[in-house]
Design a protein. Structure first.
Ligand code: HEC
Ligand SMILES: [Cu+2]
Length: 335
């Protein structure tokens, strides 16, 4: 079992908080500044489309019936073209379109212009997890916490393929692209728990690439971030440090530890056992092999599995590697 304490966030396919916000036919809860403008633009366009759809289809049906061919009915020739009518049906739609454009463009520019002062959070997207960094590389979590009523800037990067950062309640969505930073910002206005999804199909685990978003007061936020400074000496043994990291670093998204397959092999059967690789070679798993499997998983790909693990090079330090290795040894019942 995973060790749980208030500071150990869950990761992997999460049980989404079903507060009705996303499970509605209409817009989800509106919990950020500017979200109302986006909703207005949406409803405005929807109303215009509905009006013209009903008008055009309605008149179409009416004319088909009214002017149908029938005995004794002599069709009249069409009247000459009407300048007044043509100007009306050109000018009114142009005004409506300009209004739609202006509305969309101003909210877009507002979203693309980063505020000068804001809480800064770095985001790493990788198959199939989100990692949020709060000011220092030590302070990371698979959960997104943000202070209420303050602008928050997210600087995002991807370690593998294109992902997309989407928080419906904030009306915030932007692609996260490998090889470059993308930035997005929002000002949450309601404390509570929301959902974050990946909205760019990114492989087998895409549908589970979600995270919890927690909007809280500045004090609670700061206390939570400070609590992220967890180090090896906070744990009685190295394997318990590793067990904690296994959840925090998102390994549990792809690995079970109970002998069953997930995307990757069950990690309780790795250490000390013979591993067979896709290229026909094999070896008995020792510390060096486990270390390499975490840092450069593509070096030896376990037979029967895809080369789907994103390298952790640069995302785990030596102490964390020691912990993870100790945990994997512990799982295999090795001292
Ligand atoms: C995106 C899914 C994914 C994530 C996240 C992931 N792995 Fe993997 N892992 C795999 C796959 C698939 C394989 C098998 C292919 C290969 O060997 O590269 C694998 C292989 C391994 C192996 C070799 C297992 C064996 O049976 O020989 C180890 C050890 C390992 N992973 C550890 C980790 C650790 C520790 C983490 C977290 C720090 C992690 N993995 C995160 C998908 C993942
Ligand atoms: Cu994704």
């Amino acid at each position: 079992m995973m060790m749980q304490s208030p500071n150990i966030p869950s990761s992997g396919p999460i049980d989404l908080p079903l507060d009705g916000s996303v499970h509605s036919l209409w817009m989800p809860v509106n919990a950020a500044q500017g979200a109302a403008d986006i909703d207005f633009a949406f409803y405005f366009i929807l109303a215009i489309c509905t009006f013209f759809f009903v008008l055009i289809v309605g008149l179409g049906i009416l004319f088909v019936v009214k002017y149908r061919k029938r005995p004794g009915y002599v069709p009249k020739p069409s009247p000459h073209h009407s300048l007044k009518l043509e100007i009306t049906w050109s000018v009114i739609p142009i005004i409506l379109c300009v209004f739609m454009f202006w509305f969309g463009f101003t909210s877009y520019m507002h979203g693309r212009t980063m505020p000068a002062k804001a809480e800064q959070i770095s985001v790493v997207a990788a198959k199939w997890r989100w990692e949020f960094q709060y000011g220092s590389p030590n302070r990371v979590s698979p959960e997104l916490h943000v202070p209420v009523n303050e602008p928050v800037v997210m600087t995002m990067r991807s370690l593998d393929v294109i992902h997309s950062f989407f928080i419906p309640a904030f009306r915030t969505k932007l692609d996260v692209v490998p090889g470059r930073y993308s930035k997005v910002w929002f000002t949450p206005t309601k404390e509570g728990e929301y959902q974050l999804f990946c909205t760019e199909y990114c492989g087998t685990g895409h549908s589970g690439m979600a995270a919890r978003v927690i909007v809280q007061s500045r004090e609670d936020y700061e206390a939570w971030v400070a609590g992220l400074d967890v180090k090896d000496s906070d744990f009685p043994t190295a394997w318990q440090w590793g067990e904690y990291l296994f959840t925090k670093k998102g390994c549990a998204v792809c690995h079970h530890v109970d002998g069953t397959k997930l995307v990757g092999p069950p990690l309780n059967l790795a250490f000390g056992n013979e591993r067979k690789f896709a290229d026909g070679t094999s070896l008995v798993a020792d510390e060096n092999y486990i270390r390499e499997s975490i840092l450069v998983p593509g070096a030896k790909v376990v037979e029967g599995y895809p080369n789907a693990m994103t390298p952790y090079q640069g995302l785990v330090n030596d102490s964390e590697l020691d912990g993870l290795i100790a945990y994997i040894k512990h799982l295999a019942g090795k001292p």
